[in-house]
Ligand binder design. Structure first.
Ligand code: ADP
Length: 440
């Protein structure tokens, strides 16, 4: 028999014993009276405590259980213990949930939790940003009402999520998201959204690059095979001069392909090589002499070429072949894009902030809208002019790469019909006083 039954039986027994004694001493009515009074007292006691219990049940969770007497003390203390245990468990669950949410908030991906009916249960800040959701406002709303995309709805309905879905939410211009659904628990779902805009852009660049290279090589190759075919077909009839002319034209195209491949290899080396040495000193005076000689050779007397040095008795820290290639590209562009009779000024200037290598020409100039894109691979303002003058469309991309590797940057100013100025600025820590190691 448990404790409660024992207490109840004891109380009833006590009333009956007292009633029995009183009946024996004072007669039956007294016994009956005492039994009745005892039962009324017991019932009142229980009613009062039940009322307390009922009142407590209407209070918010965590309200202390009322005190009781007799059996109710036992019941209330048991209830109190259970209420505390429930509160502790609740707190532990809340803590775990909070830890999960903090972790999900810290994730670089957007996270949406859906219940078994695809209603939103929770959204992290990143997902709010990606999809224009609001965690508080949108809880309980079907996700497809807010992510109104037929491809997403089809993906969600499919039920198989081995492959992620690529999605471009309409409200974000240009952003591409990779959506992956992960089912968990009782048909709940975790929707993960990762920003893959950068990867997509790289992939597009890679595709464009391959297409550009193929196109750039195909044109001269077609011309070369055309000339060779012509020569082969007319070998018997063609005189030596005509054959030579055809072969020379073919050779010119072969050289063009060679230049393109050289530039591609230079770019690829710049991308894969480690950073340029920081302790190798490259003589500036020697660099200037080399590039101005090249400019004169390329110009073949068609331009006035001036070299202006201020503080050239110094060295640049870095890779000599790279610096030479960058300076040489700037100078050769000036020659190629300046009609005969124009002037080209090559200038070195050193001051407290570092040093600059500037090439100024009075050539064709460039419209302002093209300037930000000039260092992109294969970007040309005038494709025909670039090809005619032996350009590959990669020169300024090489210049930019080399300068970035040397912590320098390129500044371009130009005016159509008046000329251009390309200036490579080096920070002070890349310029030192005395050249020790000269380029071989
Ligand atoms: P390219 O081999 O075609 O010269 P670059 O990458 O060196 O390729 O230059 C990209 C484009 O920038 C050129 O096609 C040309 O349109 C423009 N450009 C570069 N330098 C000059 C310059 N000094 N004057 C005018 N246009 C220039």
């Amino acid at each position: 028999m448990n404790f409660l039954w024992l207490r109840a039986a004891t109380s009833v027994a006590l009333i009956l014993v007292v009633a029995g004694i009183l009946r024996a001493v004072f007669g039956p009515p007294w016994g009956l009276l005492i039994v009745s009074l005892g039962l009324v007292a017991m019932v009142s006691h229980h009613v009062v405590n039940l009322a307390r219990l009922e009142r407590w049940m209407r209070q918010p969770l965590g309200t202390p259980v009322p005190h009781g007497s007799g059996v109710w003390e036992y019941i209330f203390s048991g209830l109190n213990r259970r209420a505390r245990m429930a509160l502790d468990q609740r707190q532990q669950l809340a803590d775990s949930l909070e830890r999960f949410r903090t972790a999900a908030q810290a994730m670089p991906d957007g996270v949406i939790i859906l219940n078994d009916q695809n209603l939103i249960e929770w959204v992290n800040t990143r997902a709010e940003e990606y999809f224009g959701l609001d965690d508080q406002r949108d809880r309980g709303v079907p996700v497809t009402n807010l992510l109104r995309r037929s491809d997403f709805a089809a993906y969600l309905a499919r039920g198989r999520y081995d492959e992620p879905l690529s999605l471009q939410p309409e409200r974000e211009d240009g952003r591409t998201l990779s959506i992956q659904i992960i089912p968990f628990g009782a048909e709940q779902k975790l929707v993960l959204a990762r920003d893959i805009t950068h990867l997509e852009r790289l992939e597009t660049m890679r595709r464009d690059f391959v297409a550009n290279v193929s196109h750039e090589l195909r044109t001269p190759l077609t011309v070369v095979s055309g000339f060779i075919e012509t020569v082969a077909d007319g070998l018997d009839e063609m005189d030596a001069d005509e054959t030579r002319r055809h072969l020379e034209l073919a050779l010119e195209q072969a050289r063009r392909m060679q230049r393109l491949i050289d530039d591609l290899l230079t770019l690829s080396a710049l991308e894969t090589r480690g950073p340029p040495p920081e302790d190798e000193r490259v003589s500036v005076r020697r660099l200037l002499a080399e590039v101005s000689d090249e400019a004169k050779a390329l110009s073949a007397g068609r331009h006035r070429i001036e070299v202006e040095e201020q503080g050239a008795d110094c060295a640049l820290l870095g890779a000599a072949p790279e610096l030479h290639s960058a300076f040489s590209n700037l100078v050769s562009n000036a020659v190629r894009y300046t009609p005969a009779g124009g002037s080209i000024r090559i200038r070195w200037h050193r001051d407290g902030q570092g040093a600059s290598f500037t090439v100024e020409d009075t050539g064709v100039g460039i419209e302002a809208r093209h300037i930000p894109r000039l260092t992109e691979r294969f970007y040309r303002v005038d494709r025909g002019r670039s090809r005619e003058s032996g350009g590959t469309g990669l020169g300024l991309a090489i210049v930019k790469h080399v300068l970035t590797r040397h912590h320098a940057h390129l500044e371009i100013a130009s005016e159509p019909g008046r000329g251009s100025r390309f200036c490579a600025r080096f920070p002070a820590d890349r310029v030192v006083a005395e050249p020790i190691l000269e380029r071989s």
